[in-house]
Design a protein around this ligand. Structure first.
Ligand SMILES: *Cc1c(COP(=O)(O)O)cnc(C)c1O
Length: 240
């Protein structure tokens, strides 16, 4: 169940205040960090709340779900794909999303570049990195990331805005927190190295979710992807 808009707006304001505090503590300007509302598994009204509050973008993790919701609202929003993307859905994703954050293979790069060209657009992307070396996560390994980013930069119908990662889960709370810090530091270091060596800004560091957003902002996140803290828990899909 979605909260009321009033409840949502209180939560959004509280998260913005947390981000602002974390930025102040890290010597960063708080407008360097955007709050991306993750609306997956919530009704289209969740996206409309985000727009009404003044957030500029929402994140969806399934292509079909995002396409359907986008068609049902006129809210002025950017729609970002944050979930794993299979090559056979690249065409649909390139047509209907404003940015794809989950680009993690050469094959997917090739499909998205062709699909964006066919759609007559330049598609912004982030390269997803498994910066926490988590066997359960998608994303390019840290070792193969430089070659993948270099290849992405050669694609004329893609625009590489930066990098994205998801911190590993599991272990005690303290272990999870330590893993998250290491993961975010790895992504930041990788970005700084690549930006210096390749002479491109790779400005965007999409990292941090409800459970680890403060650590992410400290480590240099420019985009925190928050679902649960804004909209409450997601309904489990029916079994089978
Ligand atoms: C679901 C999801 C989020 C949001 O997670 P919360 O814990 O609900 O804030 C962020 N990023 C990705 C890639 C997701 O799939």
């Amino acid at each position: 169940m979605l909260p009321s808009y009033e409840e949502f707006s209180r939560r959004a304001a509280a998260i913005q205040a947390l981000i602002a505090d974390a930025c102040a503590g890290a010597g960063r300007r708080h407008d360097e960090v955007e709050l991306l509302a993750v609306t997956k598994m919530h009704p289209v009204a969740a996206a409309e709340y985000a727009a009404r509050y003044g957030l500029r973008a929402v994140g969806e993790n399934r292509v079909q779900e995002g396409v359907e919701k986008r068609a049902r609202t006129t809210a002025a929003l950017r729609w970002e794909l944050i979930g794993h993307l299979q090559s056979n859905k690249a065409k649909l994703a390139a047509q209907h999303f404003d940015r794809v954050q989950s680009v993690d293979s050469e094959k997917l790069l090739n499909h998205l570049d062709r699909a964006a060209a066919d759609a007559g657009k330049v598609l912004p992307i982030l390269v997803q990195i498994n910066a926490g070396n988590d066997p359960a996560k998608f994303g390019a390994d840290l070792a193969e990331a430089p070659a993948l980013v270099e290849l992405a930069l050669t694609k004329t119908s893609l625009r590489v805005d930066g990098l994205m990662t998801i911190a590993p889960l599991g272990g005690t709370d303290a272990e999870t927190a330590a893993h998250a810090e290491r993961t975010f530091a790895n992504l930041r270091t990788l970005r700084d190295e690549l930006a210096a060596r390749l002479g491109v800004p790779l400005r965007e560091l999409s990292m941090g979710m409800t459970g680890d957003l403060l650590a992410a902002v400290k480590a240099g996140s420019t985009l925190v992807r928050v679902g649960t803290a804004l909209f409450g828990s997601r309904e489990k899909p029916p079994a089978g």
